[in-house]
Design a protein around this ligand. Structure first.
Ligand SMILES: Cc1ncc(COP(=O)(O)O)c(C=O)c1O
Length: 436
């Protein structure tokens, strides 16, 4: 790694005394109180008042009928995906996933936890390319995927970095093909979307929906997640599956495969203390985004975009995209990378290394799922059709892969809501110096 501290371009920048995080937990005090209540009353288990209360309040905030508190967003997504598979294709044998031999259309530019449950259930993820307007699933690519695989009935999609995708278009396409949606709102809790003229919360836009309370999310329980649905019967099923699928018998009797996925009452206590601060955290993150927008406007870069008229992101992570003409050389292998400084240009690798050298944490954009070694043989569909096997040694410019392009030119900026305006000024200054 280059020694930025002795580089004259970075002269005068002093390293941060305490690390500036990408996004770290922000505690307020009430969390401790609710955790203490759980311990004092000895409800130190996966049952208790904190769990009941956060299920009630979260359902109310989102405007959905039922919420089930689970051990992680990943657990919520697994049970959401399994439930959708069971609705569509019926119960599976205990040794076989419900999506066995089925294809599922999945967001491509996301964390793998969004779509791994498809594989847990023996299904095949078909990755749908991204669009530039919101960095989420492209409706045009989804249409192409239905042309290619018309029998597909399930869509799993995420809202990247807290920015809602084009849900009106996607829901219309899903309805036309009688397909169900599993919505991964892990990163977008509190974000709103205008659906058919009405503002609704992300986490309510699919048939089955999930959020995460992981330590880096907009509010946290240290871990944890939640499943949302309007169906009482489906919520009961998820609650049953999450507690080992026990039947009403004096002994442990099992008609179905179960999981140990329920949230702990201790974790729920932390979530309970955080919920009143959701809006405050969103406002802080929004201000961080605004300051970056202002501070970076003279550089050849743009911020992660959103549809102003139809969405209100929660601004969980601020990101930037370097203009193609200002991209310096940056090569990524499977696990290592190499970048070269070029005058007037910069690359995500250079900027992230420079920030790290002074004690600030950024992160590359999620590497698209269709590029991941584990999913390299899965189908991938772009707005132009099949995204696999399109390159050709003898023809230039064969096909656009939007996700790969955003991964190549983009990066997540330090977005911690405890970052001060002064610290952010230094972050912005470091980014400017990378372009010298
Ligand atoms: C888009 C997305 N989906 C799913 C998850 C998984 O959530 P959890 O860590 O709570 O299992 C995360 C984050 O962790 C995420 O960012």
């Amino acid at each position: 790694m280059e020694d930025f501290k002795s580089n004259p371009d970075f002269q005068g920048i002093t390293p941060f005394r305490s690390k500036v995080w990408l996004s770290s937990p922000t505690m307020h005090g009430e969390e401790q109180w609710w955790v203490d209540q759980a311990i004092q009353s000895n409800w130190v288990s996966t049952v208790g008042e904190n769990i009941d209360e956060i299920e009630r309040v979260m359902a109310e905030i989102l405007g959905v009928k039922h919420a089930v508190a689970l051990s992680a967003g990943t657990a919520a997504l697994h049970l959401a995906t399994k439930l959708a598979g069971e609705k569509l294709y019926g119960q599976a044998r205990p040794d076989r996933g419900v999506l066995w031999n089925r294809k599922v259309f999945c967001s491509d530019l996301t964390f793998d936890a969004s779509i791994n449950p498809v594989a847990y259930e023996d299904g095949e993820a078909v990755f749908i390319d991204t669009e530039y307007d919101t960095w989420n699933m492209s409706p045009a690519a989804l249409e192409k995927a239905f042309e290619q695989y018309p029998e597909t009935r399930l869509i799993v999609l995420a809202h990247l970095y807290g920015t809602p995708g084009k849900m009106e278009e996607i829901k219309k396409i899903a309805d036309e093909h009688d397909a169900l949606i599993v919505e991964d709102a892990a990163e977008s809790l509190g974000a709103k979307y205008k659906l058919n003229g009405q503002w609704v919360e992300t986490g309510t836009l699919g048939r089955y929906n999930a959020v995460s309370f992981n330590g880096n999310k907009i509010i946290t329980g240290s871990s944890g997640g939640m499943f949302f649905t309007d169906s009482r019967e489906d919520a009961d099923k998820v609650r049953k599956w999450s507690t080992q699928s026990r039947e009403a018998a004096p002994w442990y009797q099992h008609e179905e495969i179960g999981y140990n996925y329920r949230m702990s009452n201790i974790v729920a206590g932390i979530v309970r203390g955080q919920i009143p601060y959701l809006q405050e955290h969103i406002e802080q993150k929004k201000e961080i985004y605004r300051r970056y927008q202002e501070g970076l406007k003279d550089l050849p870069v743009s911020m992660n975009p959103f549809d102003v008229s139809r969405s209100q992101p929660n601004f969980w992570l601020s990101c930037m995209l370097i203009d193609e003409a200002a991209m310096a050389m940056h090569c990524r292998g499977e696990k290592e990378e190499l970048w070269i400084h070029e005058s007037g240009k910069a690359s995500p690798g250079e900027i992230l290394d420079a920030l790290a050298a002074f004690g600030a944490e950024g992160r590359p954009i999620w590497k698209p799922m269709h590029m991941q070694p584990v999913y390299r043989t899965n189908p991938f569909v772009t707005a132009a059709g099949n995204g696999r096997g399109r390159s050709n040694a003898y023809i230039r410019g064969t096909g656009v892969d939007v996700g790969a392009d955003i991964f190549r030119r983009g990066l997540c900026l330090p977005s911690d809501n405890k970052m001060t305006a002064g610290q952010q000024e230094v972050v912005i200054d470091i980014i400017h110096r990378c372009f010298r």
